[in-house]
Design a protein around this ligand. Structure first.
Ligand code: NAD
Ligand code: AHE
Ligand code: ZN
Length: 370
């Protein structure tokens, strides 16, 4: 079939909106009509050329929601008409990783996914001239139609609005999951969240759900304060307004260091600050942010010797087919909020405006409506 997509033709260049060819679903695959997709900082990270796995030309986007149009041979858990959220972290329920309760990192299709290909090693997308276009994170939600493996789709309730639940495909689940699944934050904890964007605000929302007593937000952009306060931030720190080193300032503010700190910036200097602002003896620092090719983290080993731990999380530790439908329920039941964080919507033709708003620090989440 022919569909319309925003194609990343080259690193550092705006997306090009064009008609593309899309082959139908093969064995174990599903054709989905996208209804909405969020724009995550990771899309910008890959488009910028900073992603060591970044390949071009590709159709980016990994935060979508849509409807099943057709299923390939052997697909049993989905049928046309089902409402779905694509999963960049699939859940096959069979691999060594899925069978280990310590991780959500299903590896069943990770190798081909990282190469921009479907599990059989080929792409379903091509230009109208027949040149292949690569998939991205196994999702390619910046296309009106896309093909995904069955194991990379969560079936969700049909009364949930696509333009809001698409955000559960990455930002909401990553932020809340980092608190609940990865850190397992206890009631009464003190926490610091670095970066109050689309992910950090959901960490804050997760901390409030978990019953944290103190939720410190750190960001260079004071425009983020209002929204972060609305979601539960108790203290705001702008590093540019702190005299001297940020670490002792934060340690003092949290009465000895935070029980949990979260990096949602992708800046390795911030990651070090986050680790060192965690409480001596027991503080845990969780890395969420994705850092550019070649970047490395460092600290004095003494920081770990004296009881702090450094950890990371992908997709908030969530097992997508199991957990995503539950998070959609939480939203529909009013347990979590999404609507205020979706600050801008646009059509696919204007998708580059969403990236501009992100660069300018003016949006939390932009959502493309098909
Ligand atoms: P965003 O652009 O919406 O937000 C980033 C925020 O960080 C902004 O508010 C910005 O002002 C702030 N910031 C930047 N530099 C800072 C600094 N030095 N100190 C304090 N604040 C600073 O981005 P997002 O969509 O929220 O994504 C955040 C990070 O999380 C990105 O690196 C993204 O790639 C990553 N991410 C990771 C996962 C995962 O599964 N691990 C999932 C989604 C996103
Ligand atoms: N390709 C990058 C890493 C990118 C990365 O860490 N992606 C996160 C999801 S970010 C969503 O917005 C992730 O899930 N990582 C686990 C995985 O298997 O990719 C690089 O550095 O090579
Ligand atoms: Zn994302």
């Amino acid at each position: 079939m022919r569909t319309r997509a925003a194609v990343a033709v080259q690193a550092g260049k705006p997306l090009e909106i064009m008609d593309v060819n899309l082959d139908g679903p093969r064995a174990g695959e599903v054709l989905v009509e996208m209804k909405a997709t969020g724009i995550c900082h990771t899309d910008e990270f890959t488009l910028s050329g900073a992603d060591p796995e970044g390949l071009f030309p590709a159709i980016l986007g990994h935060e979508g929601a849509g409807v099943v149009v057709e299923v390939g041979p052997g697909v049993t858990s989905l049928k046309p008409g089902d409402h779905v959220i694509p999963l960049y972290t699939p859940e096959c329920r069979e691999c060594e990783y899925c069978l280990n309760p310590k991780t959500n990192l299903c590896q069943a299709i990770r190798e081909t996914q990282g190469q921009g290909l479907m599990p059989d090693g080929t792409s379903r997308f091509s230009t109208l001239d027949g040149d292949p276009i690569l998939h991205y994170m196994g999702c390619s939600t910046f296309s009106n139609h896309t093909v995904l493996p069955e194991i990379a789709l969560a079936k969700v309730r049909e009364d949930a609005p696509f333009d809001k639940i698409c955000y559960i495909g990455c930002g909401v689940t990553t932020g809340i999951g980092a608190v609940i699944n990865t850190a397992k934050v206890e009631i009464g904890s003190r926490a610091i969240v670095f970066g109050l964007g689309g992910i950090g605000l959901n960490v804050i929302q997760g901390l409030r759900l978990a019953g944290a007593d103190q939720i410190v937000g750190v960001d260079l952009n004071p425009a983020k304060v209002e929204m972060a306060t609305r979601f539960g931030m108790t203290d705001f720190v702008n590093p540019t307004e702190v005299e001297g080193d940020l670490v002792p300032y934060l340690v003092n503010l949290t009465k000895g260091g935070a029980d949990y700190t979260f990096d949602a910036t992708g800046n390795v200097g911030v990651m070090r600050t986050a680790l060192e602002a965690a409480h001596k003896g027991w503080g845990e620092s969780i890395i969420i942010g994705v850092a550019p090719a070649g970047a490395e983290i460092s600290t004095r080993p003494f920081q770990l010797v004296t009881g702090r731990s450094w950890r990371g999380t992908a997709f908030g530790g969530a097992r997508g087919r199991t957990d995503v439908p539950k998070i959609v329920d939480w939203y529909m039941e009013g347990k979590i909020e999404i609507d205020p964080m979706i600050t801008h919507t646009m059509g696919l033709d204007d998708i580059n405006k969403g990236f501009d708003l992100m660069h300018a620090g003016e949006s939390i989440r932009s959502v493309v409506l098909y």
